[in-house]
Design a binder for this molecule. Sequence first.
Ligand code: GDP
Ligand code: IMO
Ligand code: MG
Length: 430
Amino acid sequence: MSKVDVLLGLQWGDEGKGKIVDVLTPQYDVIARFQGGPNAGHTLEFNGIKHVLHIIPSGIFHKQKLNVIGNGVLIEPAIFSDEIAALREKGVEPTDNLYISKKAHLILPSHRLLDAANEQAKGNAKIGSTLKGIGPAYTDKIARTGIRVGDILEFDFREKYQLLKFQHLQIAKMLKYDVDAFRIGDQTLDEYEVRWMDALETLRKFKLINSEYFINRCLKEGKKVLAEGAQGSMLDIDFGSYPFVTSSSTITAGVCSGLGVAPSSIGRVMGITKAYCTRVGAGPFPTELFDATGRRLCELGHEFGATTGRARRCGWIDIPALRYACMLNGVTDLIVTKPDVMDDFDEVKMCVSYNIGGQETDEIPFEYNEVEIHPTLLSFKGWKQNLSASKEYDQLPKDLRVYLSAIEERTGVRIMAVSVSPDRKDVLFR
Ligand code: GDP
Ligand code: IMO
Ligand code: MG
């Protein structure tokens, strides 16, 4: 019996999960997404090709490996269909190596309408949602009113769809939302609905399965399974900076419910962190930089959302948040990405604790959103070297190794790999 290894983000998303999953895929038989949906944007780069995945697991470029979209994931058929088309354009035919859970919930066009209506109703308290319908679709799942992938095979699917859409339109009306002005891209709700319905045909051509049985069978046969997280621990529905979070369990616990595997079946938990911090959307960010250094991180790191194109907020690495994420996830191995972005920096800083009202603490306070948090920063000497020249972990510049050791000491977790460029080939394993 083998175990499910987990790879997930420890910050506010966009840590480089897609790239690392792609690099680790040769070591696994099955790659499975367990939560989130098209709010995710996972970038892969190799052979001069750049590709962004949203719903499809990041193992898809390895033809002989199986990819599974688990029950905890949300599927928006039109986005899914576009993703399939984009893969085919690159010569990848995923019909035979992508399985989808019948229990995964669907995002309807009217979920996207509600997402926009909810955000508008929040006024200045907007979450900064990706507007892919995530919150409303998970709401329906929990309210037991959602529609699942397996339902598209049933005779009464249209009826279920119409009923749920009707309820959504009623809510939008209550929120005083202008439904006629709503657009997805340049399409009205009715136009988009036609596209969405057509896209169900694409979905029907895939193997729709009870993925919990499939995955547990794989484990029994000794196959190696890697669970791929989306978003990050600080966006978790329970432990993130609520309400500025996403609507799913982004932590290791989410693997159990999102794939149907027992806690005792969890193996290694690989947590990814950038060498600095970013956040896209609203919510607390204690180490955020509003100065030239912040803008430099954004520019040099190309910190623009892979899903929405929005500029990401940037700041120094946040050890209290990282320790929290390591604790919640039971991280066994750390992976650090993007130190190369700071190659030219004279100085690199690290937040080691928070100062709140004159008191030092290394705990994330309940009042995370309300209190003023002053990060207590340690300064490190910049390594001032082009990291792309390093081909082995041991060749990394001494000043970077000092910085990495400090991360290890303060989180209590060993770093297993460092990534030094967007490309698949530039991951230095220890
Ligand atoms: P994900 O959502 O965690 O998969 O991450 P994203 O794809 O949204 O964002 C990560 C961005 O950083 C992408 O543009 C990647 O190509 C890029 N990237 C990943 N690892 C590295 C790295 O080590 N160095 C640099 N410079 N870029 C990286
Ligand atoms: P990946 O998997 C970064 C953020 C949004 C918003 C909040 C809620 O690429 O790391 P939602 O659309 O879920 O209702 O948005 O969460 N968010 C992400 N930020 N990376 C992501 O995914 C994200 N998915 C959602 O910006 O602040
Ligand atoms: Mg991303």
